[in-house]
Design a protein around this ligand. Structure first.
Ligand code: WTA
Length: 646
């Protein structure tokens, strides 16, 4: 490795431990990870730490045998952690529930037994469609205990989206709830699940958690109440944790890409757990004194890794909240921090920007002195939001750990590491890569960009938490992540390296949007839009939004016989809510006569982008090669008029 590729600028950074760890991990990954993996309990240790003989498919801890639910629960029972709180949970209506590691272990064993009674076997898939209640982590752990593979579908997704995911992985069991609370109202979850279940032939049993107590229909022989099943099994039942190969899958999590249907990101058991454990330890170093609050929903990767596996494996107390930040009042979160004594808060820039809008008074009503670290994830944090977070929440004392990573990476990849050695922070930069991560910024040709010049972020190494493949689609895995540049992992993000070697993440370089931190593919939106009977063509673009980062805006062309109306727009919005889910609701539906295209028929996305950002067209010659400048200008003006009308 050449000197240039070292990420640390020693002239400006008097850092030592971090640099040494990073160098060791790059020079000899096998030795490095053999040491680190000892913090996990193995039934049998690995034969080989890293097998890259079939790259880009990397296999970590080959031959190693373990169970992740054992690592999250059983192993703590031999220590004083047994009676420590694993979870403190607060429901939206305000009730509080806690589980010690021992109590959680009991619940997980009971549900694992129920799964076994239903005939669930190693390798079978369990779909999960639940709000943020403790039955959610219990379901994941029970699935992992018997060697099943879970796939969680965020509760903001629609029946169609749920069915699509269930069918893709051929899940046998669905765990859902009667409903969910949302701002004092109840949402019908079972009803949505029932619509999905009309088209999911592989589902044999449905387990329904009673949460909102609304009336739901229960189909005999298929649907069972969770609480009934749980009281029918022995309270002290013990289910032997299934010995799992480190490389056997733990879960599938569907996420948006640039083409076609969502991708089923497949994570391993061993490598994923080791990465989850170490990334949390390095970045935040939580211990028994902490109450860790990661505000992400377990429907997303952040919740999987940092609300379930990493904190449980480390044996720390996590706080989980069911509700929304502004209900019943805009200080709900600060009330929680004060009331429960939260010590580490890990959240999104969207949340921070929302609190900025609510105003400091809501925060200042509360004593936040228990906080010792702050974190950020999901989207680039703009310097204004960073400074506000630092000043108003952190009282200019607490470091902000901005963590860049992806569903595919399993855990943090670029972040300041408070638990290893904290570098000087810069507002808006995620700073340096973690050990084992050799990150580089490439230009279009696959050459490292000059310092200060924007390019795309790639990773030149493999790391234990890396996805194994896409579920039953290895070709797409190769194409999506290794198709752009040979032998390097393509992240799809823009980035720039500054003269001090700090990395600044600048948002997606592809057709993926981050709306309030949620990952949404414009391609998925477009294909659902054209499935609406009135629409013949559609293009979806992200429009900058002061709170959510960006929001989707749809440009659509109507089929003949349809004319624009408010009613039609509302109907199109409803269609998207039904096919993808409320989280993908477009901010605006702009009806146009035609979409701007090049002569070869490609939609001129840059023009649409320029219209949305309100940017002047500028240098049209660089915009799109083949189209006539006059036509581009005319289309731009027309679109702008339409958008303003909206
Ligand atoms: C974006 C979420 C800037 C990025 C963990 C990435 C970020 C995508 C950051 C993955 C950050 C995540 N700074 N951008 N700290 N964290 N992103 O799969 O565009 O839902 O590619 O995983 O979120 O989103 P995903």
């Amino acid at each position: 490795m050449s000197e240039e590729s070292l990420p640390f600028n020693e002239k400006v950074l008097p850092i030592k431990i971090l640099k040494e760890e990073w160098e060791r991990s790059i020079k000899n990954p096998e030795k490095f990870w053999a040491e680190k993996a000892k913090t996990i309990d193995w039934v049998k240790t690995w034969d080989k730490v890293l097998d890259d003989s079939d790259s880009p498919f990397y296999r970590w801890f080959v031959g190693g045998i373990l169970n992740i639910s054992y690592n999250a629960l059983d192993r703590h029972l031999k220590t004083p952690k047994k009676n420590m709180l694993a979870y403190i949970w607060e429901g939206e209506p305000g009730e509080v529930k806690t589980y010690t590691f021992y109590q959680l272990y009991r619940e997980v064993n009971k549900l694992a037994k129920i799964f076994k009674n239903f005939g669930l076997k190693k390798g079978d898939r369990v779909a999960v469609y639940l709000p943020m209640i403790l039955e959610l982590p219990i379901t994941l752990l029970a699935t992992a205990r018997i060697g099943g593979i879970h796939t969680v579908v965020f509760s903001g997704f629609s029946a169609d989206a749920l069915a699509g995911r269930i069918n893709d992985c051929e899940a046998k069991i669905l765990v859902t709830s009667d409903g969910a609370y949302r701002r004092g109202k109840t949402v019908q979850l079972k009803e949505t699940a029932d619509r999905a279940l009309e088209n999911t032939p592989t589902i044999q049993k449905v387990i329904v958690v009673k949460r909102t107590r609304q009336d739901v229909s229960m189909k005999g022989g298929r649907d069972y109440w969770y609480h009934d099943l749980m009281t029918e099994v022995e309270p002290n039942v013990y289910v032997q944790p299934e010995p799992m190969e480190a490389t056997e899958p733990l879960f599938i999590l569907y996420t948006s890409g640039t083409t076609g249907k969502p991708k089923g990101v497949q994570h391993s058991t061993g490598g994923y757990l080791v990465w989850a454990y170490w990334t949390l330890k390095w970045a935040f170093d939580p211990d028994e004194r902490d109450i860790w609050w990661c505000t992400a929903d377990i429907g997303w990767i952040t919740g999987h890794t940092y609300n379930v596996y990493a904190p449980l494996a480390l044996g720390i107390t996590s706080f989980i909240f069911e509700g929304t930040p502004d209900y019943p009042a805009q200080d709900r979160w600060w009330d929680i921090v004060e009331h429960h004594g939260i010590t580490i808060l890990y959240t999104t820039p969207t949340a921070i920007r929302m609190f900025m809008k609510f105003g400091e008074d809501w925060v200042n009503k509360h004593d936040l002195s228990t906080l010792r670290l702050l974190g950020s994830v999901g989207e680039p944090i703009n310097p204004e939001a960073w400074r506000w977070y630092y000043r108003v929440i952190g009282k200019e004392k607490l470091p902000i750990i901005d963590t860049w990573w992806q569903t595919e990476t399993g855990g943090f990849m670029i972040a300041p590491l408070a638990g290893l050695e904290l570098v000087q922070l810069k507002p808006g930069s995620a700073t340096y890569p973690l050990p084992s991560v050799l990150a580089e910024v490439y230009d279009e040709k696959g050459q490292p960009t000059a310092i200060g010049k924007r390019g795309v972020l790639v990773i030149k190494t493999s790391w234990p938490g890396m996805l194994e493949t896409l579920w039953k689609d290895p070709e797409r895995y190769k194409q999506a992540y290794f198709g752009r540049f040979p032998n390097v992992y393509y992240t799809g993000d823009y980035a720039v390296k500054d003269p001090d070697g700090y990395l600044w993440l600048l948002g997606r370089a592809d057709e993926v949007l981050k709306v309030a931190g949620h990952r949404i593919g414009t391609v998925e939106l477009e294909s659902e839009l054209v499935s609406h009977p009135a629409i013949s063509e559609a293009a979806v673009m992200g429009k900058e939004d002061p709170i959510k980062g960006e929001v989707p805006v749809a440009f659509v062309v109507l089929r003949s016989g349809f004319s624009p109306s408010e009613e039609l727009r509302a109907n199109i919005v409803k269609h998207i809510r039904n096919t993808i889910g409320p989280i993908a609701t477009p901010e605006a539906i702009v009806i146009v006569n035609k979409l701007p295209k090049t002569r070869s028929g490609k939609i001129m996305r840059r023009l649409l982008k320029a219209v949305l950002s309100g940017a002047a067209l500028g240098d049209v010659s660089t915009l799109e090669d083949e189209a006539s400048i006059e036509e581009v200008k005319a289309t731009y003006d027309e679109l702008k008029r339409q958008l303003e009308k909206k």
